[in-house]
Design a protein around this ligand. Structure first.
Ligand code: 13P
Length: 250
């Protein structure tokens, strides 16, 4: 059976002091939580937050990484640097990386394979734009992002991969996909994974939903059979808003 995986993507929020304070409060609040948890602070706070979450049930995530291991890449952060800080999982292909910073599927795939080569877990984000949904292309876009993002990834490596379905029109907008609409895409993604890797692997991959997930809508989404967790932005920035989602089933 798949375990629920509730993750916070802090995006470009929190100074180091603020990040440590939030991480400490979450570690305390979630210590008896029964789900898998991750927080992804900005790069600048990773070192400090790493010391707070070490040895707890809250994993340390990064929000991005370079396609390269090292070299002349001003402003980039490598997988080796993340591992050195105790990072266990990296979010890749987030829609803000795809659409603001123009990362394409080939680039994201290079990052996915590099992270896996170094034993880092990957949280691969996929999701369609509003105009793609309105044109009836949501499934096709997600399928392309899955197939190209995971190209060359083996069935064995899929044990380290989580998928996050984040419809772009739902991110930070307050508009959440309905549980039925989200489930339709999650189910479809699992069928694509079954085609790529077989049913056993597809059934074991955690597929999170992301996009204006809050305490008020989390339970209805997470009760759907193919929605196995959440990747939460805005509501992950405070204990009062993140914990109720993280503990929705306790
Ligand atoms: P919001 O929860 O703020 O909509 O953000 C979702 C997201 O992008 C998480 O990665």
């Amino acid at each position: 059976m798949r375990n629920y995986f509730i993750a916070g993507n802090w995006k470009m929020h929190k100074t180091t002091g603020e990040a440590v304070e939030l991480a400490k409060a979450l570690v305390e609040d979630l210590k008896d939580g029964k789900n898998k948890y991750m927080i992804a602070p900005p790069f600048t706070a990773l070192d400090a937050v790493s010391k707070v979450v070490k040895g707890t049930n809250v994993m340390l995530g990064a929000q991005n990484m370079s396609t390269e291991e090292q070299g002349a890449h001003t402003g980039e952060v490598s997988v080796l640097m993340l591992k050195d800080l105790g990072v266990q999982i990296v979010i890749l292909g987030h829609s803000e990386r795809r659409h603001i910073y123009k990362e394409d599927d080939a680039m994201i795939n290079k990052k996915v394979r590099l992270a896996l080569k170094h034993g880092l877990e990957v949280d691969l984000c996929i999701g369609e734009l509003l105009e793609e949904r309105e044109a009836g292309k949501a499934e096709a876009v997600c399928e392309r992002q899955l197939r190209e993002g995971l190209a060359g990834v083996t069935a064995e490596e899929m044990k380290l991969v989580t998928i996050a379905y984040e419809p772009v029109w739902a991110i930070g907008t307050g508009k959440t996909a309905t549980p039925d609409d989200a489930e339709t895409i999650h189910y479809y993604c699992r069928s694509v994974l079954a085609d790529m890797y077989g049913k056993e692997v597809a059934d074991s991959v955690v597929i999170q939903y992301g996009g204006s997930m809050k305490a008020e809508n989390a339970k209805a989404l997470l009760e759907k059979p193919d929605i196995d967790g959440g990747l939460i932005g805005g509501a992950s920035l405070k204990v009062e808003t993140f914990s109720p989602i993280a503990k929705f089933n306790s």
